[in-house]
Design a protein around this ligand. Structure first.
Ligand code: AMP
Length: 623
């Protein structure tokens, strides 16, 4: 027997195994993969030393695919088979892309699938399959560089991505044979990259993430509380980015050249290319020489600042709105993180710094910061740092609710609520002996069903026979850490249960989310009035239902023919008024109906047949 024990019983003598994990920033134009090596999170390059992988996939006649720079190089000459910006189509349905498709150079297949497919020489492909090719390329790069199989990855998604878009991202990862530890919101990843969650000298900390890319702008307000990260609010402009800054310089150049150039597309393209060069050069200089053909000029940072002012203001306006949504004063923002290539512009750094009254964080390459944060999170979830605890929480971008009687929407979880979350609410039956209830799940900010987006519908069956209002149906909405929704309905007295995982086949764009929120604000007054009308109509139905039910059970024994006629006349008047669309008139008709029926209610009570009625029916005819 060995006298010297070199390990505790049951413990291995082998050193702790480092599990290979990676963070993936799956972008619209470029994608990146990063990993933690020797304690440092860095992005991984291909054999040519390039870190950014253009998110472009080309399909060839033999079924093979080319991903990245090589595909991008031939994009213009093989438009139909070379897919870029697949991220914009992820999680979208055929109906969603109708408007988008007109602006895309692809031929969409006319198959009857709910998921739009692009026709290529190699067959029809969906955005999920295209994204999977990008993910596969990144996976290969990571496994080659790290020298082993990836155990799992964290993939980042925009904070405004809805259920369908998140699901589609996960499906793409599954196709690429990747194990997804979790999806992470892009702004959260950027904050993690800066280690803003580290350090003990604060209880709570508010962080703003300002993300200005080539074509989009996103602002997110995050809160860190005792090691817990949550996204309080998101906002932005899906049609504002570096390209717009190119345009203001291009317009200036065109003015110098004279207007006659404006209709020449080749010339315009040249002007835009020069404008972008000038813009980027101005990030390192106060003035830049501009030249186009035989024309030469000079453009200064000061001129740029003046021309770009409306664009800068737009982004700051969105910042203000996100702060308001989050209910945060800008003085309370402790750190501002810069993401996206366009945050290299000194004017942006300056004005964002002035707005938040502190210099923004710019040390990490703004193109890589999201992937770096994802890598740190992936390393943690792989169990490589067992001592650290970091829980990341996000918010839902739009309210989730249920259809209630009268075509109204009852919100169960309000927009900007932190996930994961579970909320329940109780509902009841509307009619006597109602044995089924349709649960219609909706997303949006408006008051009525038609104005919101339908996510799913299912039916709770086998509700036992009870009088109206007696059943207790508990509907629970559960949104998991990845933002996916599960809805359960349960009749509590019997335990009858039914549930659905909401996996809509298509999603909404951030622009649509924006406009849905905007609509709800501009229509707030009209919506409220419509809600009142619908509520009065529901009340009218309920009153009639209660009378019918009472008369069916004892009308013949308790009422004379005359009395019956009187009650039925009031009922008829109420029914007519219900269609009128006049809330006050409906309320008056309900009052009149109740007054007319007072004697009948009293008689029923006197006759001690109270048990024949229950719940709100009896209450109704009591007042
Ligand atoms: P992204 O989508 O994050 O890769 O951002 C690309 C945008 O960043 C484009 O509009 C570029 O013109 C812009 N960009 C890249 N480098 C610079 C720079 N040095 N100065 C200003 N803008 C830049």
């Amino acid at each position: 027997m060995a006298l010297l024990q070199i390990s505790e019983p049951g413990m291995s003598t082998a050193p702790h195994e480092h599990r290979l994990a990676a963070g993936i920033d799956l972008g619209t134009t470029n994608s990146l993969v990063a990993s933690v090596r020797s304690g440092d999170a860095t992005t991984l390059a291909n054999e040519q030393g390039e870190h950014l992988l253009p998110s472009v996939v080309r399909y060839l006649p033999d079924g093979s695919v080319v991903v990245g720079a090589e595909a991008k190089a031939v994009e213009v000459s093989d438009l139909n088979n070379t897919i870029s910006s697949a991220k914009r189509l992820l999680g979208r349905g055929v109906d969603d892309i109708k408007t988008l498709a007109g602006n895309l150079p692809y031929t969409f297949s006319s198959s009857d699938s709910q998921v739009p497919k692009i026709s290529t020489v190699a067959g029809d492909v969906s955005a999920i399959e295209v994204s999977a090719e990008i993910l596969k390329a990144l996976k290969n790069r990571a496994e080659k560089t790290l020298g082993g199989d990836l155990k799992g990855v964290v993939i980042t998604v925009p904070a405004y991505f809805d259920d369908a878009q998140r699901q589609a991202t996960k499906d793409a990862a599954r196709l690429a044979d990747l194990n997804v530890y979790r999806l992470l919101n892009e702004p959260t990843a950027a904050a993690v990259a800066y280690g803003l969650d580290q350090g003990e000298d604060f209880d709570e900390k508010i962080i703003a993430v300002y993300d200005l890319g080539g074509g989009t702008f996103d602002i997110s307000i995050l809160r860190l509380n005792k090691g817990v990260f949550e996204v309080l609010a998101t906002g932005g402009d899906s049609a504002l980015g570096g390209d717009d800054f190119d345009h203001v310089i291009a317009e200036w150049i065109l003015q110098q050249l004279g207007d006659e150039q404006e209709n020449n597309p080749t010339k315009l393209r040249e002007v835009l290319v020069e404008a972008r060069r000038v813009k980027e050069a101005l990030s390192d200089a106060d003035k830049v020489e501009v030249s186009l053909g035989d024309w030469q000029g000079q453009f200064t940072a000061e001129q740029f600042a003046e021309l770009a002012e409306p664009l800068v203001k737009k982004t700051l306006f969105a910042c203000r709105r996100a702060l308001r949504d989050a209910d945060i004063d800008k003085e309370d923002v402790m750190d501002v993180v810069m993401v996206g290539g366009s945050t290299r512009m000194p004017i942006i750094r300056q004005r964002v710094g002035d707005f938040f009254e502190k210099p923004p964080l710019v040390d990490i390459d703004p193109d890589k910061v999201v992937a770096v944060g994802a890598a740190i999170q992936a390393d943690l979830l792989a169990g490589n740092k067992p001592d650290t605890e970091m829980l990341l929480l996000d918010v839902i971008p739009l309210s989730l609710g249920l259809e209630t009687y009268g075509g109204l929407v009852e919100k169960i979880i309000a927009r900007n609520t932190t996930i994961p979350i579970s909320r329940a609410q109780e509902f009841t039956t509307f009619k006597d002996s109602q044995n089924a209830m349709t649960i219609h799940v909706l997303q949006g900010e408006r008051e009525t069903v038609e104005e919101n987006r339908s996510l799913a519908k299912f039916t709770l069956r086998d509700i036992p026979a009870m009088v109206a209002g007696a059943a207790r149906i508990k509907v629970t909405f559960q949104v998991d850490a990845d933002g996916l929704l599960n809805v359960t309905a349960e009749e509590e007295t019997t335990g009858v249960k039914s549930s659905i995982e909401v996996k809509p086949s298509y999603g909404l764009s951030d622009a649509e989310i924006e406009s849905m929120i905007k609509d709800s604000m501009t229509n707030a007054q009209a919506d409220m009035e419509l809600r009142k009308l619908r509520e009065a109509q529901v009340e009218a139905d309920r009153t009639i239902e209660a009378l019918d039910s009472a008369m069916a059970s004892d009308g013949d024994t308790l009422l004379s023919a005359d009395e019956k006629t009187k009650l039925l006349a009031a009922r008829e008047a109420l029914l007519l008024e219900k269609q009128s669309g006049d809330t006050e008139a409906i309320k008056a008709a309900i009052k009149n109906m109740e007054k007319t029926a007072e004697f009948y209610v009293a008689r029923r009570m006197d006759g001690n047949i109270r048990t024949a009625m229950a719940g709100q029916n009896i209450d109704k005819f009591k007042d």
